[in-house]
Design a protein around this ligand. Sequence first.
Ligand SMILES: [Zn+2]
Ligand SMILES: [Zn+2]
Length: 179
Amino acid sequence: MNEHQPLDLRSPWVVSIHDLVRRPGEMKEFHQEIPAPADLGTEMIGVPDESPIVVDLRLESVSEGVLATGTVSAQLVGQCSRCLTAVREERDFDLQELYYYPGRDAEEDALFVVDEHIDLDPPMRDAIVLELPFTPLCRPDCLGLCPECGFNLNDDPEHSHGEQTDPRWASLQGFQAEG
Ligand SMILES: [Zn+2]
Ligand SMILES: [Zn+2]
């Protein structure tokens, strides 16, 4: 991100750090619920647009800039990759980001303090999206769907199509039919 690029002050993710600027050693806690931006997640699982994300950070003034450390908690909604039922869970994600003062030597993808503000959106996205499961599961031992008929095997682990071909069952069925 370009260090001279202005931040969008209308974004709820852009926060003022006025009282921390150029005061190494100063620190403040930041707790806020901020609505999730659109398109946060993958096709399989993600954070619903506008759902509240609880941001719990410590903002510290250091010599290079401002260090943000803490967690973001978000509601995840998606689909089990085995049985396709809805998956919902609340999860915490670790976040750590150093915002440099303009003019400081920083990596190419570093973020900057711009006009006494920092944008929490990019590190929040990284913290969440990079940790999302590639194959979400409704539970760790989800049994998935019957490959023959699509029946959800979690509803009846005994589900089977083996009756007609299993000779023991075939004879029993014949007996029942006669009776
Ligand atoms: Zn499942
Ligand atoms: Zn089946």
